[in-house]
Ligand binder design. Structure first.
Ligand code: ATP
Ligand code: MG
Ligand code: MG
Length: 354
């Protein structure tokens, strides 16, 4: 059978390995850290840094295709792998999403709306950027940010020095603050045969910069829902994408602004394992392995809640709840801000739409 290589051994890599196993596929995980969550599930794990190109070459030689659970894989590591086997989703998807400036420039070029943005290197370029975006605005590092890390909000001009200092010298982007009505995301897939399949949009609420809940369906009308699917489809097609992508959107009246895209399975898609006929992890593995996609029909209204840090102290009560699908990642230590698991509560059979 086929062997799927997975870069990154966190919870997303683990859930991808579980889905692959269910389809009778083998997995080989590559992860620098010791005892990653995915190692408990994968057939094989290589523990080595992404700078170790010999280990990466040997890893690539042991698999048929390579996918990844995070978008910040260094370019040299990708070159070493691509010399041996294909990478799905492709390099362009990674290049675009590794850098917020490249990402927003790409999205704008393909005709999609984003918050106003401008690059920032220093005090002078920050002042120019504020002239473009207005205030309030958010300064973000262009690379490596997640869970709201590497971001500083600017409300008044006297906040600029502090905000720039928070970037710690990293290249940054300023974005106008969007007064959104709600945040939604579309988990979309594109198969090797070009078919596109989108899960029902979910509505996301963040707490302390980290995703807290995803509620499905999102409270949007039919026209906006269709437009959200259209936005996701435009991005997937423009990138000649194969795999699952998370598309984060701001809803402002009847407008949709793209916040960011993730070229991988996404935390706001975890609900799919309890609310739809296929989950995002299997859909991704199907795409990457060249299998047909499944029409991702939603059968239930659900709410997914992340279990962060000591939220897992409630695990016994959740485990005893009716209609609550609990998923724990097998992490030994519950540090503050660490994603330990999630629970998806089935609320009712799918309302109005599928
Ligand atoms: P993730 O963990 O989703 O990768 P991240 O660290 O990449 O998060 P963003 O998604 O850019 O960060 O921002 C985190 C949250 O901050 C958003 O979901 C949104 O709630 C808020 N936010 C970010 N940018 C803006 C903006 N331009 N206007 C309004 N709110 C914003
Ligand atoms: Mg992000
Ligand atoms: Mg985000």
């Amino acid at each position: 059978g086929q062997t799927i290589g997975i870069l990154g051994g966190g919870q997303l890599g683990r859930m991808l390995a579980m889905a692959a196993a269910r389809l009778g596929l083998q997995t080989h995980v590559y992860e620098p850290g010791a005892n990653p969550p995915a190692a408990q599930v994968a057939n094989r794990t290589t523990t080595a840094p992404y700078e170790d190109l010999d280990s990466l070459t040997a890893f690539a030689q042991s698999v048929d295709v390579v996918t990844y659970e995070f978008e910040n894989v260094p370019a040299d590591a990708l070159d070493a792998i691509e010399a041996v086997v294909p990478i799905r989703p492709n390099r362009q998807a990674l290049a675009v999403s590794q850098d917020r400036l490249t990402e927003k420039t790409f999205l704008t070029e393909i005709g999609l709306d984003c918050a106003p943005f401008a690059p920032v290197h220093d005090d002078a370029t920050l002042a120019q950027a504020i002239a473009l975006t207005g205030l309030p605005a958010i300064l973000k590092t262009r690379r490596l940010g997640y869970d709201g890390k590497g971001q500083a909000r600017i409300r008044e001009t006297h906040d600029t020095t502090r905000a720039l200092a928070e970037m710690q010298g990293a290249e940054a982007i300023l974005e106008g603050m969007v007064a959104f009505d709600r945040e939604i995301s579309v988990i979309a897939a594109r198969g090797a045969d070009d078919t596109i399949a989108c899960f029902e949009p979910g509505e996301n609420v963040h707490k302390d910069g980290i995703l807290h809940t995803t509620t499905v369906p999102a409270d949007i009308d039919e026209a906006l829902r269709e437009r959200a699917f259209g936005v996701a489809g435009t991005i997937l097609t423009a990138l000649d994408y194969v795999g699952v992508m998370g598309v984060e959107l701001f809803v402002v009246g009847d407008r949709l602004l793209v916040n960011e895209i993730a070229p991988r399975v996404h935390n706001s898609g975890h609900w799919t394992e309890a609310g739809a006929v296929i989950d995002q992890f299997e859909q991704h593995i199907r795409a990457v392995a060249g299998w047909p996609l499944v029409d991702p029909v939603r059968h239930s209204d659900v709410v997914m809640t992340n279990l962060i840090g000591d939220d897992v102290d409630d695990v016994a009560a959740i485990a005893a709840e009716t209609g609550a699908r609990l998923h724990l990642y097998g992490k030994a230590e519950a540090r503050a801000g660490r994603k330990m698991g999630h629970v998806t509560r089935v609320l009712r059979p799918a309302s109005d739409r599928v």
